[in-house]
Write a protein that binds this ligand. Sequence first.
Ligand SMILES: *Cc1c(COP(=O)(O)O)cnc(C)c1O
Length: 404
Amino acid sequence: MTGLRNLSAPGGVLEIGNLSLHRLAERAGQTPFFVYDRQQLSDRVAVLRRLLPPQLDIHYSVKANPMPALVQHMAGQVDGFDVASAGEMRVALDTGMSAQRISMAGPGKSRLDFSSAVGAGINVTLESASQLDTVELIGRQLGLRPRVALRINPDFQPRISGMRMGGGPRPFGVDAEQAPALLAVIGKREVDLVGLHVFWGSQCLDKETVIAAQRHVAQLVIRLADISGIHPDFVNMGGGFGVPYFEHECALDIGAIGTAMQEWLVPLGQRLPGTRPVLELGRYLVSEAGLYVCRILDRKQSRGQTFLITDGGLHHQLAASGNFGQVLRRNYPVAIGNRMDSRSDEICHVVGCLCTPLDRLADAVALPRAEIGDFVVVGQSGAYGRSASPSGFLSHPLPAEILV
Ligand SMILES: *Cc1c(COP(=O)(O)O)cnc(C)c1O
C-alpha cells in the first residue's frame, strides 16, 4: 500500500521538503492546496533509469500534471514531453525542451493545435488520414515541412488494464490494419515521418500485462517496418505504468519489466538501428509526489455516524471522490496530517464542502479523532488532480499549487 505512512512526520505533523504542513499552508496562502515534492519527482525518474534498459527514452505526458513549475522540473529529468493541446505545448516549450523532443497527440486537434505545432516544429502525431491532409496544408501555408508521427491503434487487447485505450474500435489513432496503406500515402506527401506511436492502455499494475503489451508493440513495429520500409527516428511504445491508489493494490514490478524489455529491444534495435524507443508516462512519474491538503471546517454526527466536513472536495480532487473513471468507489490514501502519531480509532466519513452526495474524500475510514482546523491529506494527488477536476462546479475558490 502506498505511502502516506512512509512520509516524514516529526511530532506527528507531516512534512514535505522539510516544511511542516503548517508552514506549507502559510506558504500556499490558503487551504486547500496541492503540494508536489521535487525530490520525489527526481527520485522516481532515477529509479526508472536504474531498472530500465539504457537505450530507452522516458517521456513525461504533460496532461497528468501541467503545472508549469512542475513541467519545468521534469524537463531536467526526462528525455521529452508528450502534449495533447497547443496550451500544453506552450508550457512544454517554455521549459527549453527541444521542439523535436515534443510530440502532440489527440484525436480532435483544432486548426490552432496544428498551426501551433507545425509552426513550433514539434512532432504532430497523426490520428487519421484527414489529419494528414490538414497538417500538409498548414505546412504548405507556413512554408514548412511538418514532422509527423503515426498513431496506431494496436491489433491486440491488453488482457487486463486499468483503462483501455487501444485494441478494438477506438477514436484514437488508425487501426493497425490500415497503417500500411496510410504509411504509403504519408511517404508521398510533403511531410517527414519521424515516429510511430502505439498507446495501448493506462493505470496497469500487472507486470505480465505490461510485458505482453510491449512485446506486441515491438512485433507490430517490426512488421510495419518490413511491410512499409519505414525507418522512423523514434517509436513511442506507450506507457501504461500504474500506481497503487487503493489498500489492496501493489506497486508495479519495474525490475521485472526492465529485464523483459531487453528481450524485445534487441531485435527492435537490430531491425531499426538508431530508432529511439520511447516510454511515455504520466501518473507513474508524478502521482505519488503530490498531496492534496484541506482543512476540517466542521465535524458532526448523523444517526450514529461521524462526518468530517472539509474546505476541499471533488471540485479540486475529482479522482479521490471516485467520480473520475472508477466503477466501484474506493478510498484514496487519506490521513489527518497533523496527527500522524495518533491511533486510528475513529471510523468516519470525510466529505468535501460541495452540496452533492458525490463529494466524498473517504468513506468509513479509520482515522485518529480529528477536530475542526485539522489537516486532511489525500495521497496520490500529483496526477489528474487540479487540472482534471471541475473547478467551476459550485463557484468555490481554486486550490493553490506549490512545488517544494
Ligand atoms: C493519457 C495519456 C498518457 C498518460 O497516461 P498515464 O496513465 O498518466 O501514464 C500517455 N500517453 C497518451 C497518448 C495519453 O493519452
